[in-house]
Design a protein around this ligand. Structure first.
Ligand SMILES: Cc1ncc(COP(=O)(O)O)c(C=O)c1O
Length: 241
């Protein structure tokens, strides 16, 4: 296949015949909420981009909010701070605040438009719990330095790959280096299903917390009103998947 056949233009959405068949199948089988199609999408996402666990969300903002909310299970408390780039789509700051944290903005580098890793340490204090590394417009952040800082200060790293899944850093897919990574399937992004999102991780404990958060804090897999933590409705449905 010629190289240009692989090109996907910015904002150029094409709904394939296969996608239409899947939607019709969901409608024909009355399977329009969660279920096997959503699980299939999560598994396929992991195979495509090397993630061990992926949890589908209703959109990228929900994915970022859920990723931040997961920090409560790992020692964070309300009002703690999350380091974020001073330049990023508004969803990043909104998600941090929606999750009950304060954004601590760090300036960006002019050459990459990504967070300046040399300026991160001066924003760290005893309330800092995580760094959100936003890979702006497909360009990866300086993950080597960010992971070094995170290790030194015991912080979690959330890679925001909403504009950058499929890109690589040192031979690894964006989103496979930090503790959690988020993706968006809004129409302006690389793959779209209208609105949709994903959080990926290699930690089974984080995966379990995310599955609970996206379903009102319910114990994962429980059919009962068995709510273990603060959550929300961030679920993806079968039509979207
Ligand atoms: C970097 C970044 N993070 C998060 C989001 C939020 O994604 P969504 O629109 O799916 O809520 C977007 C864009 O839309 C984004 O560009």
């Amino acid at each position: 296949m010629a190289r240009q056949d692989y090109r996907i233009s910015f904002g150029d959405l094409k709904v394939s015949e296969r996608a239409k068949e899947y939607v019709k199948d969901a409608l024909d089988t009355n399977y329009v909420s969660g279920g096997p199609r959503v699980r299939e999408f999560e598994d396929g996402w992991g195979i495509l981009f090397g993630h061990k666990y992926s949890v589908a969300m209703s959109n990228g903002t929900a994915a970022n909010t859920a990723a931040c909310m997961a920090l409560y299970d790992f020692g964070a408390t309300r009002g703690d701070e999350i380091i974020a780039p001073a330049l990023a789509f508004a969803a990043v700051g909104n998600s941090i605040m929606q999750a009950g944290f304060e954004p601590a903005f760090v300036d960006i580098r002019r050459d990459t438009m990504n967070i300046d890793s040399d300026l991160i340490e001066r924003r760290i204090n005893n309330k800092t719990r995580a760094i959100i590394a936003v890979h702006t417009m497909g360009k990866p952040c300086d993950m080597e330095r960010i992971m070094e800082i995170a290790k030194e200060y015991d912080l979690k790293v959330i890679e925001d790959c909403c504009e950058a899944y499929g890109g690589t850093y040192s031979g690894r897919y964006n989103g496979t280096i930090g503790d959690l990574s988020t993706s968006s399937f809004y129409v302006a992004h690389i793959i779209s299903c209208g609105d949709g999102g994903m959080v990926s991780t290699s930690d089974p404990e984080i995966e379990s917390v995310l599955r609970s958060i996206k379903d009102h804090g319910r114990r994962p897999g429980s059919m009962y009103f068995d709510h273990e933590r603060h959550g929300a409705n961030f679920r993806m449905n079968a039509l979207t998947a």
